[in-house]
Design a protein around this ligand. Sequence first.
Ligand SMILES: Cc1cc2nc3c(=O)[nH]c(=O)nc-3n(C[C@H](O)[C@H](O)[C@H](O)COP(=O)(O)OP(=O)(O)OC[C@H]3O[C@@H](n4cnc5c(N)ncnc54)[C@H](O)[C@@H]3O)c2cc1C
Length: 211
Amino acid sequence: MPRPWRAVLDEHTVTALRTAGEGASAQVEHVEATDAEGRFQRIRGDAYVPALGSVSPIFAAPLGIRLPIYPAKGYSVTLPVKDESRANQVSLTDDEFKLVYSRLGDRLRIAGTAELNGYDRDLNRVRCEAIVRRVEDVFPGAGEGSEAQFWTGLRPATPSNVPLIGATRVANLYLNTGHGTLGWTHACGSGKSIARIISGLKPEVEFSFSK
Ligand SMILES: Cc1cc2nc3c(=O)[nH]c(=O)nc-3n(C[C@H](O)[C@H](O)[C@H](O)COP(=O)(O)OP(=O)(O)OC[C@H]3O[C@@H](n4cnc5c(N)ncnc54)[C@H](O)[C@@H]3O)c2cc1C
């Protein structure tokens, strides 16, 4: 009988993965975490999947697992639609500026660019303004640039943009990370595949899963 799902533990911060055993018999024994009030916890499971985005390598390294994942900062700009007739209706890719234009009802969202600058998530004003200018060039009068809102996020990028999914040499530790620019696109397929791998089943897609 499969065990029922445990409750999701929101607002917990993982501080370490602790292993027991050596070499081929090494296993993750528990995860150390703190809850929202800062209380220390040890959390145990049957299998462990560090899905920690660009910080995954920091948690894998002490276990002797080197993950080639690097934070690639991307920008997202959201502005109100000013003139419906001039705004895009469907998602468009601007290859020259590496931007994707999406329509979210009465807002335009433009996301893209890649900045390799460690874990820093600060907004670079020059980049923000360049994106707003580009939107005005491509769709003049479509959006209200003066009301633009800016955000940055770190993509967990691998050199090939191919994610790391599958088993590791630590028996109960699995990977589902490093999705780079396509984490949303690949989320469901990756999740289903790693669930099948952990369950001892073959994934349904032809892909070079980690072993
Ligand atoms: C501007 C921008 C635009 C994008 N556009 C697209 C797109 O159009 N299509 C697409 O497919 N993808 C897109 N992506 C990429 C996508 O967002 C990523 O690939 C995806 O978010 C990676 O998912 P993840 O869960 O592996 O990592 P993350 O989304 O980075 O999630 C990691 C999570 O781990 C948590 N965490 C970190 N450390 C700890 C800790 N110590 N304890 C507990 N939790 C922790 C973080 O808070 C975070 O919630 C875009 C990314 C950016 C930045």
